[in-house]
Design a protein around this ligand. Structure first.
Ligand SMILES: C[S@@+](CC[C@H](N)C(=O)[O-])C[C@H]1O[C@@H](n2cnc3c(N)ncnc32)[C@H](O)[C@@H]1O
Length: 324
């Protein structure tokens, strides 16, 4: 299958600049359909049932951390989570991603016959048959949000999707969770949990070392990053929180009749390239056979012969009201 497929229904045109954050928007666009499939439906259903109880009839006030190019907001509308009046603050450290989000959401809204207007650069209004959503985009780091909680307001729901492995959880999580109302919800999805698997088995022991070094590079960036899923499983059962639901959201990609979807091709090539770039002599010598490994795995994508699995976990937690 061709490798130069442009990712997905999501990005309406290729981005002009490279990403400031290191996450390629084409990879994020391709990831959307992979995530759609992977997200844990039990955790999602619990969120769907619990959010209306949490808002208590008030307009839902939602904040997303690391919103990227806006795919979670679209999913929340498409999957019927957002109904009635809602405020959605989408934040990311990369202002370029949020600019792309604005364009992609425009194309997405047009396709569905929704009205999306932007009275101001960072403020939009999305109207669908079910929902009236005030959008606010803010380029801000999660660490800064966790520090200036008194000026951020309070939220019924905080969302972080495929981003918490980039944050120093013990330092940042308490601040982010303090943005919640007393019974507010945290929906933390696609949290990497330590397993990356490529099939068919690679001959020799080289791949084992490559994957081990890849996970070690995450740890070198941030201790615990490669085990974010299980760390959250424990942290979200700590004092002040109730873990309402947890479940797997593994990415599993395999060929069908030796082909993949366009998104899968982009996603697989991006993942292999990420592993190679991460280990190519950045911290010490590259693991033996890295270049040949990446070449073989890219070729297997082209031939429709590669299977990939990464283990992720999803969570829904509630902030418990303080004791009287
Ligand atoms: C793996 S991407 C996921 C994006 C989006 N949630 C998705 O799944 O498509 C991680 C996102 O987090 C953002 N990010 C990275 N570090 C951040 C930080 N410290 N604070 C806020 N956003 C951050 C990146 O710019 C990127 O958009």
């Amino acid at each position: 299958m061709a490798a130069d497929n442009f990712a997905g229904g999501w990005l309406s045109s290729p981005p002009a600049d490279g990403p400031a954050s290191g996450f390629d928007p084409q990879y994020l666009a391709a990831k959307k359909s992979i995530d759609d499939r992977a997200l844990n439906r039990y955790v999602w259903t619990e969120l769907y049932k619990t959010l209306p109880q949490t808002t208590g009839g008030e307009p839902a006030n939602i904040v997303e951390i690391g919103a990227g190019i806006g795919t979670m907001l679209a999913r929340m509308v498409d999957w019927g989570l957002l109904t009635g009046p809602t405020t959605y603050l989408a934040t990311d450290c990369d202002a370029g991603h949020l600019r792309l989000a604005r364009h992609s959401l425009g194309a997405w809204a047009d396709e569905r016959g929704y009205t999306l207007l932007w009275p101001e650069q960072q403020r939009g209004r999305l109207s669908t048959a079910q929902a009236e959503i005030a959008l606010v985009f803010e380029a801000v780091r999660a660490e800064e949000m966790a520090r200036r909680t008194e000026t951020m307001g309070t939220f019924h729901l905080v969302i972080a999707h495929a981003v918490l492995d980039l944050l120093d959880l013990p330092a940042v999580l308490p601040g982010l969770l303090s943005l919640l109302t007393s019974n507010g919800l945290a929906y933390f999805s696609c949290n990497f949990d330590g397993t990356t698997l490529f099939l068919p088995e690679y001959p020799g022991g080289e791949e084992e070392e490559i994957v081990r070094r890849y996970h070690a590079s995450m740890e070198a960036r941030l201790t615990g990053a490669s085990r974010t899923g299980r760390r959250l499983l424990s942290l979200l059962q700590g004092p002040g929180f109730e873990l309402l639901a947890a479940g797997s959201s593994d990415w599993v990609i395999h060929p069908r009749h030796e082909t993949y979807s366009g998104d899968e091709v982009v996603f697989l090539h991006a993942l292999i390239a990420t592993v190679e770039q991460e280990l190519a002599g950045k911290s010490g010598p590259a693991p033996p056979g890295l270049v040949a490994w990446a070449r073989t795995r890219h070729q297997q994508v082209e031939a429709g012969a590669l299977t990939f699995l990464a283990r992720n976990l999803d969570f829904l937690a509630r902030r418990q009201p303080p004791l009287p």
